[in-house]
Write a protein that binds this ligand. Structure first.
Ligand SMILES: Cc1cc2nc3c(=O)[nH]c(=O)nc-3n(C[C@H](O)[C@H](O)[C@H](O)COP(=O)(O)O)c2cc1C
Length: 403
């Protein structure tokens, strides 16, 4: 028997729609493996494992990383959701094997490290420190990078490109001098400013010498996004809110900005709002229907909705809290002062953070894209994107006739 319209409304109102693309990760830093299950990935995408492995390799690189990166050579295993190298629409399992697996042999730290979950987590979960630090470790970001790189395979197919780099490290600014990926890939610290690299490398060396660590600022730019990802209608559907949540969810990220970010608070409105212009020459051939913004202070998102300009996300990464010179702490058993536990650690992981943010942003953009358009298969994604584009073009052409 068909449901009445009233019943339909109630059902729809109460429906809890899962995000089209979602992920869960599992695994400990020194456990056997890290795993991610990615659900809602469209069918028909060629699973370019080499692209995912390249992103994993970049995450392990960058000047200032510790010995651990040399022990692990991350390579992704795709355990489900694929048939003859092409996605099927079923959940995809990504797995990274830990070469340095030794969880059961590791000691319980005597004194918690400040700046880590060691103390709060052990009390909260009523376990030892080891159990919480193993899961809290940023080693988990390896599999999040794999999931983000997987999601970017969809973005690539529809002309959306995600690009991340280091904008500042250890207080040394590295404003971009180009947008050439080759420049970033040639930089030991993943900047777009070869002139700043020597000073940054020297700062990392000085920090290592002093038993200290360095943080920095990374930026990700997404180009080619159609207008209309995210929404203004509910706070949790805003694209800026979703990106901020995803990026803030990365270990050691302490601030997220979209576009001008905090700088907007220092300027008058006339120096923040992006004027709207129209260029008829481009009307036919682009995703913005000829609308142009001479500035992009909004970072590609207005009212929680992508506006067709590049999306610009910046994140501040704090310096690593595990210090070779060992910070002050308390022995948990005796309650006496004691140097904090020392786990093998990086001096600086800002270049790695740029790769993580890039791929986490990529995942979130893909998720928003697959919600906006039909993401059951790559073909239906492309078809619905084209159909919505054509409909918008029609509506814009007959704008004057609107009721
Ligand atoms: C790529 C990357 C590598 C990291 N490496 C280390 C490390 O070697 N040692 C360390 O103590 N913290 C490291 N961290 C930071 C910790 O994971 C993080 O500070 C800690 O889990 C506490 O979380 P919170 O800083 O978000 O509060 C790293 C973070 C990232 C993003």
């Amino acid at each position: 028997m068909p449901l009445s319209p009233w019943n339909d409304d109630v059902r729809l109102a109460n429906r809890k729609t899962p995000p089209m693309l979602r992920m869960l990760t599992a695994g400990e830093s020194h456990g056997n493996a890290l795993t991610a299950i990615v659900e809602g990935f469209p069918a028909g995408v060629t699973l370019d494992k080499a692209f995912i492995d390249r992103e994993l390799e970049r995450r392990q690189g960058g000047y200032g990383r510790g010995k651990r990166q040399k022990l692990e050579t991350d390579r992704v295993f795709i355990d489900s959701g694929t048939f003859k190298g092409v996605s099927t629409g079923a959940p995809i399992t990504l797995r990274l094997v830990n070469n340095d697996a030794k969880l059961e042999r590791l000691q319980e730290p005597a004194a918690p490290r400040g700046g880590h979950v060691d103390l709060a987590g052990a009390i909260s979960y009523q376990t030892g420190i080891r159990q919480v630090l193993e899961r809290a470790s940023a080693r988990e970001t390896a599999v999040r990078v794999a999931a983000g790189a997987l999601a970017r395979l969809v973005l690539r197919e529809v002309g959306i490109h995600v690009f991340g780099y280091v904008a500042e490290l250890g207080g040394v600014a590295a404003p971009p001098l180009s947008r050439d990926p080759a420049v970033r890939d040639a930089s030991p610290v993943y900047t777009l400013n070869p002139e700043a690299d020597a000073a940054i490398v020297a700062a990392v060396d000085a920090a290592r010498e002093a038993g200290d660590t360095l943080g920095g600022i990374v930026e990700t730019i997404v180009e080619g996004c159609p207008i209309g990802l995210g929404s203004h209608v509910q706070p949790d559907r805003r694209l800026d809110a979703r990106l901020a949540c995803a990026v803030m969810g990365i270990q050691a990220i302490k601030g997220v900005e979209i576009g001008l970010g905090f700088e907007a608070a220092h300027r008058p409105g006339s120096k923040v709002m992006d004027p709207v212009r129209y260029d008829p020459d481009h009307d036919a051939d682009d995703r913005r229907f000829g609308f142009r913004r001479p500035s992009n202070n909004a970072g590609g998102i207005e009212g929680g909705t992508s506006n067709g300009e590049p999306i610009v996300v910046r994140a501040a990464k704090k310096p690593i809290s595990t210090l070779a010179k060992r910070g002050p702490s308390i022995n948990m058993a005796t309650k006496q002062e004691s140097p904090a536990n020392y786990e093998r650690s990086d001096v600086c992981a800002v270049p790695a953070a740029s790769v993580i943010v890039e791929n986490v942003v990529g995942f979130e953009i893909a998720s928003a894209l697959l919600e906006r358009f039909d993401g059951s298969s790559l073909d239906s994604l492309k078809a619905t994107m084209a159909a919505v584009h054509a409909l918008n073009r029609e509506k814009l052409a007959s704008w004057a006739d609107r009721p």
